[in-house]
Ligand binder design. Sequence first.
Ligand SMILES: [Zn+2]
Length: 76
Amino acid sequence: MFQCPICGELMEILTNNHCVNKHNLTKKELLDRYGTPKYVTPTMSREVQNWIRESTIITRMDFDIAQAAARSQRRG
Ligand SMILES: [Zn+2]
């Protein structure tokens, strides 16, 4: 997870889109002025933990579906 150096928003990667829409800067300009986005590990803040929890629900569903698919393939 990366944290935008200006607004602190967490995202998987700092996108040019975010820089332009939120801060009216290109990604390059933002990096030149504010430095590279801070890398945040999931254990660092509650905000991130909540984000992980929400995305884990989806991931787990996908995982179960994949598992079920694998199981039925093995049976067949
Ligand atoms: Zn931002």
